[in-house]
Write a protein that binds this ligand. Structure first.
Ligand code: BGC
Length: 780
C-alpha cells in the first residue's frame, strides 16, 4: 500500500496501491471500500478476477438464508462488474499492465483506478475508472470509465448491468425477482429476501459515447438473476470510449417508503434514477464531495502536524471509515463489526460499537451517538427475550445483534479444533455477558458528555434500570466467601472460556447496578412521570431492594501479590509458556496452529485487552501503581489477536507515562488495516480499531476524559507531533482545541461557561482558555 501518492492539495489524503496482484485482492477491496452508512460497496475491480469478493451491503436488511443460519446482511446485487474486451480479448490487469494505480481519495471519497494495458497483439489502451457512493444522495452509486486507444485502432466491447448471481459465501438470500429494461436504457431489477421479505430495487442507467458520439442501441441480455447491456464499437487511434453508469439502490426498509406498495416504491426509485441521469456523474460527484467537506472534514476539524505524514493520513482514514460504516440515517440500525465492507461477522453489532466507536460519536457528533443508542433501546425487546430464555430477569443484551428485535444472533459453531478435527463451539452468544453492562455504560457516558436529558427520559433510564435488573438475577451467592459472584462467563479476553469472576465483567456489572440505584433515587425524588412509567414497567421498588441487598457484596477482584489483579479466579494458576513466537507473529491467530481453544484455557495467554480496558474506562478506581503492575504482568501475555486490543493498550501506555510505547502501539493499531499484512482485511475493515485510532488521538494523546461528569484534559503528545487540533462537543457546546508540546488552547464556540481540569488544576472560562502545559504539569 502507498500513502505518499497525494501531492499538493491531496497530500496525505490518498490511500493507494501502485501495482496489481490478482492473488491479493481483499486488502484493497476492503481498505478502499466506499460507503455512506446506508450502503457499503467493496472496491472490487470492474473486470472480474478469481478470488475477488464483490460485496454490496445495505444496512439493516438482515435475512436468514435458512432456518439453521443466523440472520445476516445479505450480499446485494453487484453493479460494479464490467466485462471489457479489446479486440475480443478480455481485459486482465494482471498481465501486460503499466502505470497501475488504484487510489482512494479520502477527502472526496472517490475511488480512482488507472493503467495502461497492452493486448496480446501488442496494442495499447489507457483505462481510467472512477466511482463513488454518494453521501449527498444515500441511494446513489456512480461509476465512470474511460478507455483511450493509444497505439492502434481497436474494437471495444463493454458489458455492464446488474448481477444478482451473488451470495454470501454460497448462502443465497434472495428470490429470483423481476427484471425489466425500459426504453433500452433503464435497467430494473427487483428482488426480495427469502425470509425477512425485504424488497430490493436496483435501477441502473448508462451513458456511453464513442469518439464523442452516443451509443444508445445496446445489445440486451437477461439471464437468471442478471441483466446486462453491452456497448461496442471501433475506436481509432487517439479516440476515447466513455461510459457513465449510475445506479440507485432502494429497499422496502427505507423509512421514506413506509406504507407504500411495491409498485409505488419502484416508481419512486426509477424516477429518482432519471433525475440522477439528468445530472450525470460530474454534478452528482460535486454534490457528494461537498457533503464530505461539510459533514465530515469541516465538522470534525481534526488535524495533526507531525514529522511523520502517516499520522494525519491514518487519522483521516479513520474519520473516512467511521462515516462510511455508520448508518446515521436510521436508528433501527447499528454498526457492524466489519462495517459495510465485508462478510465477516455477518453485519452484526458487538460491544465494539459501545466501547470503541461510540466515544467518537458521543464527543464529535452526538446526534449520531443518540441514534446508535436508540438502536440499543429498540434492542431491549430482543434483550428481554434473551434474558427470559436464559432464566433471568431484565434485559440481557445479545453478544451479536442484528435487527433490534431479533435477540441473540451469535453463531454456535466456528473454527476447526486442531485436536479433534471438529468445529469449535462458539460460547460467546451464551456467556460473554459484559455487553449488557457495556451498553449501560455507554448510555451513561453519552448522558454525562451531552447532558441530553430528553434522551434519558425517553430511552436511557430504561436501559440502565433494566440491565441492572438482569445483573441482580445473574449474580450467584457464594456461601464460603459471603459474596456475590458471576460464574461461567467469557470476559473480553476470549481465550479464557467458562471462567468465574472475570474482573472486567464483575466491575462493570457492579457499575451498572450502582448507576441504576443512583438514577432510581433521583427519579423517585423527582416523582416524575418518567419514574411512574418505569416503576410500573420494571417494578423498580422491588428491583431497588434487590440492588441494595447485593451492591456491597459483589465480589470485585483486588490487587494481590505484586499488585496483580486476577483477570478471573484461575488465570494466575495457569501455566506460563514462552509466547515470543506469537508476540512476533506477522498475522493473527497463529497460536491456533499449535493449540486448540480448549488448550489455551490452561495457559496464561490473552487474546486481547481485558483488565486494561477496565483501567481505561473506570480509571479512578485503581491507583497508578496497580495499573502499571498489571500492565507489566498482562501485556507480555497478550498476543493482540483481536484488533480491539492495541488501541486500548496505547491509551493506557500514554496514561502511564510511556509516550514512545504509546506511539508504537498507536502505529500498530493503525496498521491493522493500513499495514503491510495483505490478508488481514479480507473479511472487512476492523471497525473497532478504526474507532480506536480516534480514541488514541483524543482520549490518549490529547488526554480527554470525562470523570464523574467533569471534563479533564491531560495532553501528552508524541514527541514528533508539533500540533494537534480537533473539536469535541461538551454538554451541548462545540469546543475547539489546539494542543502543542507546551500549550493547550480551548475555544468555547458558543461562549457558554465551561469548567475543566488540566493536570489537577481547575479552569473556568466562556471564551478562550490558554494553558501553559509546562506550568500545569509543574515542570520548569
Ligand atoms: C473479539 C471481540 C469482538 C469481535 C468483533 C472478536 O474477535 O474478540 O471482542 O467484539 O471480534 O469484532
Amino acid at each position: 500500500m502507498k500513502y505518499d501518492l497525494g501531492t499538493g492539495e491531496e497530500k496525505n489524503w490518498i490511500v493507494a496501491e501502485s501495482s496489481f496482484s490478482s492473488s491479493l485482492l481483499g486488502k484493497a477491496e476492503a481498505v478502499m471500500s466506499l460507503g455512506n452508512g446506508y450502503m457499503g460497496l467493496r472496491s472490487a475491480a470492474e473486470e472480474p478476477y478469481v478470488g475477488e469478493v464483490r460485496n454490496l451491503f445495505v444496512a439493516g436488511t438482515f435475512n436468514k438464508s435458512d432456518a439453521q443460519e443466523v440472520s445476516e446482511l445479505p450480499n446485494a446485487a453487484d453493479v460494479t462488474r464490467m466485462n471489457i474486451f479489446i479486440d475480443g480479448e478480455r481485459l486482465d490487469a494482471s498481465v501486460r499492465t503499466e502505470d497501475y494505480v488504484r487510489a482512494l481519495n479520502l477527502k472526496t471519497a472517490e475511488l480512482i483506478r488507472s493503467f495502461i494495458w497492452t493486448t496480446s497483439a501488442g496494442k495499447q489502451v489507457a483505462l481510467k475508472f472512477r466511482r463513488f457512493v454518494s453521501l449527498d444522495n444515500l441511494h446513489v452509486i456512480a461509476m465512470k470509465m474511460e478507455l483511450e486507444a493509444l497505439s492502434d485502432n481497436v474494437d471495444v466491447s463493454v458489458e455492464s448491468g446488474v448481477n444478482a448471481q451473488v451470495s454470501n459465501s454460497g448462502a443465497q438470500h434472495f428470490f429470483e425477482g423481476e427484471k425489466r429494461i425500459y426504453d433500452k436504457k433503464y435497467v430494473e431489477m427487483v428482488t426480495r429476501t427469502v425470509e425477512s421479505k425485504i424488497d430490493f430495487m436496483f435501477h441502473t442507467v448508462h451513458h456511453v459515447t464513442l469518439a464523442g458520439v452516443e451509443l444508445n442501441q445496446p445489445f440486451m441480455r437477461m439471464d437468471r438473476r442478471l441483466i446486462m447491456l453491452s456497448y461496442q464499437g471501433t475506436l481509432m487511434k487517439g479516440q476515447k470510449f466513455s461510459l457513465e453508469k449510475l445506479t440507485t439502490v432502494h429497499t422496502s426498509r427505507d423509512k421514506e417508503f413506509k406504507g407504500m406498495t411495491l409498485q409505488e416504491m419502484r416508481d419512486c426509485a426509477l424516477s429518482s434514477l432519471k433525475q440522477c441521469a439528468a445530472e450525470g456523474y460530474e454534478k452528482l460527484f460535486a454534490r457528494h464531495a461537498r457533503a464530505w467537506e461539510q459533514r465530515v472534514w469541516k465538522l470534525y476539524q481534526l488535524n495533526i502536524e507531525s514529522q511523520d505524514d502517516f499520522d494525519i493520513l491514518a487519522a483521516r482514514f479513520a474519520l473516512y471509515h467511521l462515516t462510511a460504516m455508520t448508518p446515521a440515517h436510521d436508528e433501527r440500525m447499528g454498526i457492524a463489526a466489519k462495517g459495510l465492507s465485508g462478510e465477516g461477522y455477518q453485519g452484526h453489532s458487538f460491544w465494539d460499537t459501545e466501547m470503541f466507536i461510540l466515544p467518537f460519536f458521543i464527543y464529535s457528533n452526538p446526534e449520531v451517538a443518540r441514534s446508535l443508542l436508540i438502536y440499543r433501546y429498540l434492542g431491549l425487546e430482543g434483550a428481554r427475550k434473551k434474558a427470559r430464555s436464559n432464566g433471568y430477569e431484565g434485559a440481557m443484551y445479545p453478544w451479536e445483534a442484528a435487527w433490534p428485535s431479533d435477540g441473540e444472533m451469535a453463531q454456535e459453531w466456528g473454527r476447526v479444533d486442531i485436536v479433534t478435527g471438529k468445529q469449535t463451539k462458539i460460547w460467546t452468544g451464551f456467556i460473554e455477558q459484559h455487553i449488557t453492562a457495556d451498553v449501560a455504560f455507554a448510555v451513561w457516558q453519552y448522558y454525562m458528555v451531552t447532558a441530553d436529558q430528553a434522551f434519558m427520559d425517553d430511552y436511557g433510564y430504561e436501559i440502565i434500570l433494566d440491565t441492572a435488573r438482569f445483573w441482580t438475577s445473574r449474580l450467584e451467592w457464594d456461601e464460603v466467601s459471603g459474596q456475590y459472584c458471576i460464574n461461567d462467563v467469557i470476559g473480553p479476553d476470549e481465550y479464557k472460556e467458562h471462567v468465574d469472576n472475570n474482573a472486567f465483567t464483575n466491575y462493570f456489572a457492579h457499575f451498572n447496578i450502582q448507576l441504576a440505584m443512583e438514577y432510581y433515587s433521583n427519579l423517585k425524588e423527582s416523582d416524575s412521570d418518567v419514574f411512574h412509567r418505569l416503576n410500573e414497567l420494571l417494578d423498580l421498588e422491588h428491583a431497588m431492594e434487590a440492588w441494595m441487598k447485593c451492591i456491597d457484596k459483589i465480589y470485585l477482584p483486588q490487587p494481590g501479590e505484586g499488585l496483580v489483579i486476577p483477570q478471573d479466579d484461575t488465570y494466575l494458576t495457569k501455566r506460563i509458556i514462552d509466547l515470543t513466537k506469537y508476540k512476533n507473529q506477522t498475522h493473527v491467530n497463529t497460536i491456533f496452529e499449535d493449540y486448540s481453544l480448549e488448550q489455551l484455557s490452561d495457559i496464561q495467554v490473552s487474546k486481547q485487552t481485558d483488565l486494561m480496558i477496565l483501567f481505561y474506562w473506570l480509571e479512578d478506581r485503581f491507583t497508578n501503581d496497580v495499573k502499571i503492575a498489571n500492565y507489566n504482568y498482562y501485556e507480555p501475555k497478550t498476543i493482540h489477536d483481536s484488533s480491539l486490543s492495541l488501541s486500548t493498550h496505547a491509551i493506557l501506555a500514554n496514561d502511564l507515562g510511556d509516550r514512545s510505547l504509546a506511539y508504537r502501539l498507536f502505529r500498530q493499531a493503525c496498521e491493522i488495516d493500513l499495514g503491510p499484512e495483505m490478508k488481514s482485511s479480507d473479511l472487512g475493515m476492523h471497525t473497532a480499531s478504526i474507532g480506536g485510532i480516534w480514541q488514541v488521538i483524543v482520549m490518549g494523546f490529547a488526554g480527554i476524559r470525562m470523570l464523574h461528569g467533569e471534563l479533564r484534559i491531560n495532553p501528552e503528545l508524541p514527541e514528533h507531533w508539533n500540533k494537534l487540533e480537533f473539536m469535541i462537543n461538551w454538554q451541548g457546546q462545540r469546543l475547539e482545541l489546539e494542543i502543542t508540546a507546551d500549550q493547550l488552547v480551548v475555544k468555547a464556540t458558543e461562549q457558554v461557561p465551561v469548567k475543566l481540569d488540566v493536570y489537577g488544576k481547575e479552569y473556568c472560562f466562556d471564551d478562550v482558555l490558554t494553558v501553559s502545559l509546562t506550568e500545569a504539569r509543574g515542570e520548569d
